[in-house]
Ligand binder design. Structure first.
Ligand SMILES: [Zn+2]
Length: 349
């Protein structure tokens, strides 16, 4: 038998807690509604989406798929926000492809675009992971995350009060050689384009350190580090950045597999940084995925699959629930995001 055909089923007899609805309403601060990450809901009828979110008790949904041009942003604003203004926050983006052509004028131009996006109705800026890996300047050089030429963009975001949700780098193992010791070997085999083996790519920590420099240099701009601060494997590092940067928050999207395989550290982390952690799933508006997140945060269930499919997608391990106290759940599910997005918070009762 080949190792790839080995699918052991745990014989543990432990409890399974069903959490169909979360203890408190939820603001999903990291998700998508277009293709390929959000299920293409920009082309589906809105009432079906609202019913689904109601069932999951998701009262507000951040859609990061506003894109960087005008067409997609306008389409998302009209389709979602136009019909349910309170339920959605749509984020815009930066069109890096214009850099080679605009040269030194690019950063100012991008900052101006941000202003135009906000005037149309965008309520945040999403920075996708090509920054630090693929984005190139007019000399065809890869642009570092903390390149000072980008400062006008971050400054404009601060002045416009647009939170900047940043995804840089990727799981650490994506930067390692793809061999028998790589814990994401199976996933990289399915998605070879997700490998950023260094060299030729910059080392993982160089990208993360650049991100920290950038957040430190712009204290008047609010940054959200996607996917457990882009370094779920090392919560000590993420905690240190939260300590040093009061303008910094993280979301927990798509990192249930990382957080849940270190449940003692993760629980301590949630308690310590309970005012800085935002709920997000990154899995589209998917009811079963939401329920898995609710189970993870609320129950003390042991050793369960962190995906809805049979084989866990980010590595063949299982997770334990965090059994977070109610006051922490209320902040992570709702109040922390509410403060960032100008939504009234839930009372302290
Ligand atoms: Zn995402």
């Amino acid at each position: 038998m080949l190792l790839e055909n080995f699918h052991p089923r745990s014989k543990l007899v432990t409890k399974t807690t069903l959490v169909p609805r979360p203890k408190y309403p939820v603001i999903d601060a990291h998700n998508h509604l277009g293709e390929p990450f959000g299920g293409g809901w920009d082309a589906k009828p809105l009432p079906a989406l609202l019913d689904l979110l109601d069932e999951a008790n998701v009262t507000h949904y951040v859609d990061l798929d506003g894109g960087w041009g005008e067409d997609i942003l306008n389409a998302h604003l009209e389709h979602f926000k136009g019909h349910a203004p309170e339920r959605f926050r749509i984020f815009g983006g930066v069109d890096w492809n214009q850099w080679p052509e605009l040269g030194n004028r690019f950063p100012e131009w991008a900052a101006q675009r941000l202003k135009a996006q906000k005037e149309r109705g965008a309520e945040g800026l999403k920075i996708w992971k090509p920054l630090g890996l693929h984005v190139r300047d007019q000399l065809d050089k890869v642009v570092k995350v903390d390149d000072p030429r980008l400062d006008p963009i971050w400054q404009a975001a601060g002045e416009l009060r647009l939170p900047v949700l940043v995804h840089v780098a990727d799981p650490v193992a994506f930067f390692d050689p793809i061999d028998g010791t790589n814990e994401r070997w199976e996933e990289l085999g399915q998605h070879p384009d997700w490998a950023f083996t260094s060299p030729p790519f910059p080392p993982f920590l160089e990208i993360l350190t650049g991100f920290k420099n950038l957040v430190t240099r712009h204290p008047a701009t609010t940054f959200i580090g996607a996917h457990a601060g882009c370094y779920g494997e090392n919560l000590g590092w993420v905690g240190q950045m939260l300590e040093e940067c009061p303008n910094y928050f993280i979301d927990i999207s798509a990192r249930l597999g990382e957080l849940g395989r270190q449940p003692y550290s993760a629980r301590r982390f949630f308690l310590q940084y309970q005012d800085r952690i935002l709920f997000g799933s990154d899995l589209g508006p998917d009811l079963e995925a939401y329920r898995l997140y609710y189970r993870f945060l609320e129950s003390d269930d042991e050793y369960f699959n962190y995906n809805t499919g049979e084989i866990p997608q980010q590595g063949r391990w299982h997770v334990c629930g965090l059994s977070l106290p109610d006051d922490v759940l209320k902040k992570v599910y709702y109040n922390n995001s509410a403060k960032l997005f100008g939504i009234p918070t839930l009372s302290s009762q």
